[in-house]
Design a protein around this ligand. Structure first.
Ligand code: TRP
Length: 327
């Protein structure tokens, strides 16, 4: 069994891109691996956040992970801030990382890295992420394509630490899904589906009502042709619909295209397939939503288990760096 770890921001609503691109893989991974999933609430502090909402968003993220099918008897689900080893290891790693390598992080640059008023926490964000991973001796880190650079940094920091202070950390690998990783915006099909894209019509939320899902998919942007072909370059909208159908039903987008001669029936089938895909998730969500104490208990148990693993690794790292062990 490989040790795996991944993290999710407590940013509120989970969309179909998150579900097909990440969550569904996590659910599949949990049975054959020793899996840890972390709601990264400390990372949420690195940017403007709503103090009044953070706690409920953290619980909400955990609820959605469970609804998506993570099973607390098969994996460990916890909140980052409940395990004090995360920021403690992050400090040790910050003392090995360089300003130069953190400045090269594209996510930092994209989020305003040039500005004087950008927060130090946004700058060191990837080091905390490295701590998340290294604390659990994770071999595999299932993440989206956009996290590759952070994973490279994590590997660099681990290798460097091991080189200077002796073998301490497992050097992890990113596990980027090769299929259904790209769910595009329904209104701007050349951009990845994400909450920040302009029109809410472009994003299907995992908790959208069936009528809403149907409406969004029927209004999806296609093109002025009429033929159904899988051609992401020339026909991004239609190809995205075919990808969604394939990801929801387990088929191949290019093969599925042969079943259609016009866009209307394709959209109807995509809507039906996505609604059916999300139905069990939505049902579990309603059940869990009524039991916030249960979700809080899952997080408490998860944190206790995470702590026992993380404490050993932190201790190893502190000794390796030459700190006086407490007696
Ligand atoms: N930075 C990741 C994201 O935005 C979230 C994250 C934090 C993470 N810590 C992690 C992902 C550790 C994988 C492993 O998606």
């Amino acid at each position: 069994m490989a040790r795996i770890l991944s993290g999710v921001q407590p940013s509120g609503e989970v969309h179909l891109g998150n579900y097909l691109g990440a969550l569904r893989q996590w659910v599949a991974f949990q049975h054959d691996n020793d899996a840890f999933f972390c709601v990264v609430d400390l990372h949420a502090l690195a940017q403007e956040h709503d103090t009044a909402l953070l706690a409920s968003r953290t619980l909400e993220a955990a609820t959605q992970l469970l609804a998506a099918g993570l099973d607390p008897s098969a994996c460990t689900i916890f909140a980052q801030s409940h395990v004090p080893e995360h920021p403690r290891l992050a400090w040790l790693l910050e003392c090995t990382a360089t300003v130069g390598e953190l400045r090269r992080m594209t996510q930092f640059k994209d989020k305003g890295g040039e500005s004087e008023s950008v927060r130090v926490g946004l700058f060191t964000y990837p080091v905390l992420q490295a701590a998340d991973i290294l604390l659990y001796d994770a071999e595999l880190v299932p993440v989206g394509d956009d996290q590759r650079q952070h994973l490279e940094l994590t590997r660099d920091l681990a290798v460097r630490f091991n080189h200077h202070h002796g073998d301490t950390f497992v050097v992890p690998q990113a596990a980027v899904p090769t299929f259904a990783a790209r769910v595009m915006d329904l209104q701007e099909p050349t951009r990845k589906m994400s909450k920040s894209v302009s029109s809410p019509l472009g994003t299907v939320l995992v908790l959208d009502r069936p009528q809403e899902i149907d409406r969004k998919i029927r209004k999806a942007v296609t093109d002025t042709e009429t033929s159904v072909r899988y051609d992401p370059e020339k026909k991004p909208g239609v190809s995205n619909l075919l990808e969604l159908l394939a990801a929801s039903t387990g088929g191949d987008p290019a093969v599925l295209a042969d079943d259609y001669t016009s866009y209307g029936p394709l959209k109807a089938d995509v809507a039906e397939a996505v609604i059916a895909l999300l139905q069990p998730v939505q049902e579990r969500y309603q059940e869990l939503k009524a039991q916030p104490d249960y979700v809080a208990k899952v997080l408490a148990d998860g944190a206790a288990k995470a702590h026992t693993v993380a404490a050993v690794t932190l201790d190893r790292a502190m000794r390796a760096m030459g700190l006086l062990p407490p007696r």
